[in-house]
Each structure stands twice: as C-alpha cells, then as structure tokens.
Design a protein around this ligand. Structure first.
Ligand code: FES
Length: 201
C-alpha cells in the first residue's frame, strides 16, 4: 500500500492530517528555536545535542511527562501495575514484541518485556516510525473512536492509525514499520533520568 493511499479522499481532512503530521515532526524544533537563538554558536550546538536531565520524583502513577531532546519529543511514563500487566496480554497482537527490528534499535537494557530499565518508567521518543507524526496517549482501556473494543491502553497515531502498546510496541498490520524508539538514557538517582547518554558522564 502506498503512503498516499493511506490518506482519506476528502481534501480538507487530508490536508488537516498532513498538517498535523508536519507539526508533530517539526514542533520540537519550533519550540526550541527562541531559546537556542539567544545562545552563542558554541553554546547553541551544545544545547541542541546535549543530554537532558529529567526530574521524575513528583510523577504520580499513570503520569506522562514530555521533554525535548535533540529537537524530538521524549515521553516518560510512570506505569501503574495494571498498565504493566497489559503488556503480556497483547503480546500476540504485536508486530515485534521482542524489539528485534533494527530501524530504531532498542538498547540492550530495554530489550525486555517492559522495554525499559525500571519496569515502572517507560522512556520513548514520541515520533511514529511511519511518517513522523506524534502519537497521542490513549491510556483509558476499552472501545473508543479509532481503537478496538478490547483496547488495553497505549498510543494512537492520528495520521494513519498506527497503534502502540504501553511499551511503545507497534501492533500488527499497521503502517508504522517499527516500535517507538527508546533513546539512550540512564538513571542519575532514583528521581533523575539523563536522556541522551547510556552512562553517567
Ligand atoms: S505517521 Fe502514519 S501512522 Fe503514524
């Protein structure tokens, strides 16, 4: 199936979807620019590629925190025990449950059933592996528009309907060719994560 065949025939809706996708892909860079512009060139280069420290100490179970790293949205999700329990339930419906595909290689420390260093905290880049839209969190289980009746929670890409579980793993027969990317990251303490490096500098 070609990419254009995945878009609706209605020109207004088609244009709206493409705009949404473009904003999702470029939004991070747009937000970053005023800050980066105020820096000297050497500081700007460092800020654009520098690791980002995230305080997760105040996150409640079920919370999603958004940060920006290298112009990309990165999500940290504090999963509840109920959310973690869904990961086994839907495994047979996933395209790559063990994260073996290589388009966005998953770090070894996240090649496990919860796809993270600590089961509770998921860290993923919020960009769909199909055409770069930013999916929406759909944590409420059950049937709802664009989702099946047996939905157990996860993420929905509004552009062409790819769905991902609560570990960012893509469901079968969807346009997205791979799971959501797990960026390099490490724990500086129980309440601080460094995104952009595998080990503490
Ligand atoms: S960009 Fe097409 S399904 Fe996500």
């Amino acid at each position: 199936m070609s990419d254009s065949s995945l878009l609706p025939d209605d020109p207004t809706r088609r244009s709206a979807l493409l705009t949404t996708c473009a904003v999702g892909a470029a939004g991070g860079a747009t937000v970053a620019w005023p800050f980066l512009k105020s820096l000297k060139p050497s500081e700007r280069a460092l800020a654009a590629g520098a690791p980002v420290e995230v305080d997760i100490g105040a996150m409640a179970p079920g919370d999603l925190k958004r940060v920006e790293w290298r112009g990309k949205p990165v999500w940290v999700v504090r999963r509840t025990p109920e959310m973690l329990a869904t990961l086994k339930q839907t495994e047979s419906q996933l395209a790559d449950p063990a994260s073996d595909r290589k388009a966005y290689p998953t770090p070894d420390y996240a090649k496990n059933v919860h796809r993270s260093i600590k089961p509770e905290f998921l860290v993923v880049v919020g960009i769909c592996s199909h055409l770069g839209c930013s999916p929406s969190e759909k944590f409420t289980p059950g049937g709802q528009p664009s989702l099946p009746d047996d939905w157990t929670g996860g993420f929905l890409c509004p552009c062409h309907g790819s769905t991902f579980d609560l570990a960012g793993r893509v469901f079968k027969n969807k346009p997205a060719p791979d799971n959501l990317e797990v960026p390099p990251h490490t724990y500086l303490s129980d309440s601080r994560i460094l995104i952009g490096e595998d080990k503490k500098a």
